[in-house]
Design a protein around this ligand. Sequence first.
Ligand code: SF4
Length: 666
Amino acid sequence: MPSSAKKTLLSPSKITAWLDCEHYLTLKNNPERRRNRKQSRGTSDSEKSETLQEEEIGILEAPTDFADMLRKKGDLHERKCLENYKEKFGSSVFEVPEQNREEGESFEAWVERVGNPMNGEYEIIFQMPFIYEGVRGIADFLEKTENNGKVVYEPVDSKLARAGAKQGHLLQLLFYTEAVEDLTGERPEKIHVELGSGERESFLVSDYWWYWQRLRKKLIKVVETDSSTDTKPEKCSHCGICEFYWEECRPEWRANDSLVFLSGVRKTHQVALKKVGIETLTGLAAIPESHLSEVSEYNFDEESEQVFQKAINIWAKKSGNNLDDIHSEWNANQKKLPEIEINQLLKLWRQARLQVVTAQTKEIPTHFFSEQEMLEKVTEREKSKRGESLLHLPEMNEHDIYLDFEGHPFWQIKEGIIFLFGYLEKKDGKWEYVQLWSHDKATEKEKATQLVEFLHDRYKTHSEMNIYHYNHTERALLSDLMNDGDPTSSIVSILGHNFEDSPPEKQKLDELVNAGTFVDLLAVVRNSLQAGTESYSLKEMELLAGFTRNRKDLAESGEVNGDGSIDKGAGAVFEFELYANADLYGIEKDEDRLKRIADYNKDDVEATRELHEWLIRKREENERLPDATSPIPEDQEEETKSEYMQRVEILKEKIISKIEEERSGI
Ligand code: SF4
């Protein structure tokens, strides 16, 4: 196929996004398909770095938002790799002259001007542009090597991720491999990724060639048809960083009352629901209770039913719809139940009902699990975490600590940092906020040590104390972006990470962990209740406790939203980036940024304390639960599990016979 100048050229970053989501390419290539016809905010990470060759390392423009910060970190990493090559090879590093955009030079003209510098003269070629078979891209580096006495250039990409090159990385490199072969007649044997950790990962091209060729065929079709336009937005791993999330897909999902807003829903659940004709959150919520009670032993309560019916009446009035409208497909499918395990289906159905009530009445309803359900949830957990349910939640104690950390996983390309350890402790009858700051790895360790020693001493003198925290899902999401395991995703693992080579502190931390002093209130919430909220983040749960934040700006524009998307706002990570790396961006080191972060952290620990108080109050008010903290049952695990399995078997039989009845049309 000719690489026609008129045809839309795909870039590897677009292809990577397309692998996750076909709709991305539809929106990218067809502005008329967008709700917002103007370009959405920003461009994707790799796309921008493909089209920019910014300044030399030195002063960088300060990032404008979180996504921009990631791009800049990526560019810095690339330049660091370039510096390393220059140190090693000196003038044998060829930096391809930039595309002359000011004079309107097209990408195609640029490729033509650059020609083929892979003649063996250079050890390294930096930023080599290619167009091949409808795809265009700029290889970060081409590294000269020899294969059977012939000069071959192997593609190398610099990637911010700290471990495990992703599918998309390989795909880009395979494209460059093919383009190199087209120009030189020699196929590179290996491709390489320079990770943010400083490690290099290399792959044999032959191991992935079949994959690339299969993808190639699909791609040719996409390029030839300029991509199909009948795709729909489907939530996927790319959404969190996608430029179309806020202005295109999310509003579309909202307008369609999509199931993506249902807390706890998985892709497989959505597929199963769709199969029987249920595609909206309200549609799921409106499955009549009687339909589920036939296959479940769950005790449906009348009060919740009444509250839901009230909400659905408001919905019908406001929307002008009725249940027959939203259930038309489901009705046509003989009201079949989706193939989702019944307890899971009930949980999703109840969640949908709670969220519909919140949406229609603006009041957040809650549903507390029964004592037996809570027991079942915790018995399978490791012993130190088995107390994380409302049943076993300790009463408040004046020696308790409420703890939270703020960390920056991209502080430096090679490593992240926990820059603030904040906690609440009671002094002279008053709760006081304590902040321990660290600005480099040495002080991070020092503060972590100071904190663990303080906690350990307190435990030794007041063994009844507990350390409450709310395990942020944001941390895990940020960590996912870096593909670096979970050093910043759990409070205990963060502390442990600091003491890998410090046995005394590690021992003290282990003692606290094994004694069950750390109580994650997120786990307590998840094991005890469902609420009419779209996520179970602290910012949502604190509303139940009636907590009001002082620092609303940071809280509302936090960097990661409850649904996993990254906001452009000035969250704590972004604030710290502008403070810690002010010199890099040529901006003033503004101490107010630290104050804002501390205010935000203080809000978090205060919200955690109020949530604890609220949970205890709710337990006392709940007639189905014991008033006081129940001891953690040591020997109940096996018995409870087997009882549970028996129940599952009985329910399975009920469901199978119901499905058989439906199939045979009885
Ligand atoms: S937001 Fe998600 S669904 Fe929409 S185009 Fe981007 S990746 Fe696809």
